[in-house]
Design a protein around this ligand. Structure first.
Ligand code: PEP
Ligand code: MN
Length: 239
């Protein structure tokens, strides 16, 4: 999408058919990076944990079949060893930003790493986490601002757009913005995506599903494809 990295997809999926339908709808729109989680870091152990290894194999099959690039979260050293070189971008989730042994493990590969900011992390802690990856040799790191925790509970988190100019001024990293986890509310995603583009971010990570309310995880913040089309239009116009 011009010079912006657009990564999109459902938070997770429960079947190959569901994944395939979402993936084809992204492909139709010219989106190259499919993001879907199979090893989910859920707050409650009672929540759906993802299809795990079975889901990862489905993602690799989609990559084969549709030629999309795969972005997915890996949560353990074992998973990184098994899948780290097979996927296109390894996501390190907010909850694992401080997991230094995991960071070092992805640092030993050449696969690009999408490093999400922990919801309590200062810029400095986040940049240091990236440094753990870089020290091992992997310099292909993209930072992702996904909202920080505040006193307000009307939204899931608060989108800290100041991270974008800060990271650009003080580091050489690219920074993308995830408006979905930041607000936790689908109706805010379009406006916050536009705001992030206006702040000159390097891309967006957006949760989208052909039927958001049926999504097995993060349904309240998941947008439909009609809304995604409006965001894509905006990006094309602004760049
Ligand atoms: C996700 O991307 O679905 C996710 C769990 O994000 P975060 O690690 O930012 O909470
Ligand atoms: Mn999610």
């Amino acid at each position: 999408m011009n010079n912006k990295l657009i990564i999109a997809g459902p938070c997770t999926f429960g079947s190959y058919e569901e994944l395939y339908k979402n993936a084809s709808m992204l492909k139709e729109r010219g989106i190259e990076y499919l993001r879907a989680g199979t090893f989910k870091m859920r707050t409650s152990p009672d929540s759906f944990q993802g299809l795990r290894d079975e889901g990862l194999e489905m993602l690799l099959k989609i990559k084969e079949e549709l030629g999309l690039k795969i972005v997915t979260e890996l949560t353990s050293i074992e998973q990184v060893k098994k899948y780290g070189s097979k996927i296109d971008i390894i996501q390190i989730g907010a909850r694992n930003m401080y997991n230094y042994e995991l960071l070092k493990e992805v640092g030993r590969l050449n696969t690009p790493v999408l490093l999400k900011r922990a919801f309590t992390a200062t810029y400095n802690e986040w940049i240091n986490a990236a440094e753990y990856i870089k020290r091992e040799g992997n310099t292909n790191i993209i930072l992702c601002e996904r909202g920080i925790r505040s006193f307000s509970d009307e939204t899931r988190n608060v989108l800290d757009l100041q991270a974008v100019p800060y990271i650009h001024k003080n580091t050489n990293y690219k920074i993308i913005v995830d408006p979905s986890h930041a607000s936790g509310l689908a109706y805010m995603v379009e406006d916050m995506s536009k705001a992030a583009i206006a702040a000159n971010c390097d891309g967006l990570l957006i949760e989208v599903h052909y039927d958001p309310k049926s999504s097995l995880c993060d349904s309240k913040q998941t947008i439909d494809f009609e809304t995604l089309d409006k965001i894509i239009e905006y990006i094309k116009k602004e760049n």
